[in-house]
Design a binder for this molecule. Structure first.
Ligand SMILES: [Zn+2]
Length: 315
């Protein structure tokens, strides 16, 4: 009995020890499961970030749904949040950036249907041009120019908004009917400080690539000297901003006075030709999410540089 008793006591002690061991194992397991769970949740959240959205459906991020681009540096982003990785700033996207007082009108070139009716290419001009042409087409990407133009424009809108600009869009869908003159009027009515028109290029020679901007020549009879000078500066800074961000070739800007999109502007204006859809490599780059984000960031840098050059608001 005594032996049994001692044995029982010993068994008891051993049981307690074993139970403690089991409890320890269970606790460790639970902790492990907890952390693994957290990791899965984080991975799930990252998968839902804008990077996961395919660029083939521009409408999926067109209506009100703002897709923030994490600022790659903190300059003028209006947010003091340190971003260790690109995605960590997404949590801050709900924050409203401090307004800097400048209004940027973005005009995503072309639209789903061309406007065949003619309109004068300048105020008082006899030269008639098509309201809106169909634009370029990329064989490699299978995309129309109006699609890429809007996709980049929406990213640029969000990037500039994050940096404190007020942004006015001439269109946010493809199914619109606004001529080039009407687009200039939207910018004027909004009191925009600059008008940035977003386009892609196309030529017969498939090897040609690079970025260039169209602006008015110094002899443009429809725009003031002040607007012409500022437009040319805007052209240089937008092109250089994009090329610095993307590594694309910077081509010589073209200053011409036969374009409706320039002559009807009532503020500094630039038509950005982001690259050549006739060049397979550049076409695919402009159609890719990665390329579009780099272009939008570079153009936003160009806008920042412009307002550093001309920090005073025109009355
Ligand atoms: Zn175009």
């Amino acid at each position: 009995m005594a032996l049994w008793g001692r044995n029982a006591q010993f068994m008891k002690k051993r049981d307690i020890k074993r139970n403690q061991k089991i409890l320890k194992t269970m606790l460790t397991g639970a902790l492990l499961a907890f952390f693994v769970g957290i990791m899965f949740l984080t991975a799930g959240a990252l998968k839902k970030d804008p990077g996961g959205i395919t660029v083939s459906d521009p409408e999926s991020f067109s209506s009100g749904e703002s897709i923030p681009i994490p600022p790659s540096d903190s300059r003028e982003s209006g947010s003091s949040v340190e971003t260790a990785g690109g995605d960590s700033s997404l949590a801050e996207s709900g924050k409203e950036a401090e307004k800097n007082g400048f209004i940027v009108c973005i005009d995503p070139g072309h639209e789903a249907e061309q406007i065949k009716e003619l309109e004068p290419n300048a105020p008082g001009s006899d030269v008639m041009k098509q309201g809106v042409t169909s634009g370029a087409y990329g064989e490699a990407s299978g995309k129309n120019e109006y699609e890429i133009n809007l996709e980049v424009s929406l990213l640029l809108r969000d990037e500039l908004t994050e940096r404190g600009y007020e942004v006015v869009m001439t269109r946010e869908t493809h199914e619109v009917r606004i001529s080039n003159i009407e687009r200039a009027k939207i910018a004027a009515d909004a009191g925009a400080d600059i008008l940035v028109r977003i386009h892609c290029n196309g030529v017969d020679n498939k090897t040609v690539q690079g970025v260039l901007c169209y602006g008015p020549s110094l002899a443009n009879p429809y725009l003031s000297k002040d607007i012409i000078t500022k437009s040319q500066k805007l052209c240089v800074l937008l092109r250089d901003g994009q090329c610095a961000s993307t590594g694309q070739l910077a081509r010589e800007n073209l200053y011409e006075d036969n374009m409706t999109g320039i002559n009807w502007a009532t503020m500094p204006v630039s038509i950005v030709e982001m690259g050549f859809m006739s060049n397979a490599e550049e076409d695919l780059y402009m159609a890719s999410r990665e390329g579009q984000e780099a272009i939008a960031k570079g153009l936003a840098d160009g806008v920042d540089d412009y307002f550093k050059e001309y920090p005073k608001k025109d009355s």
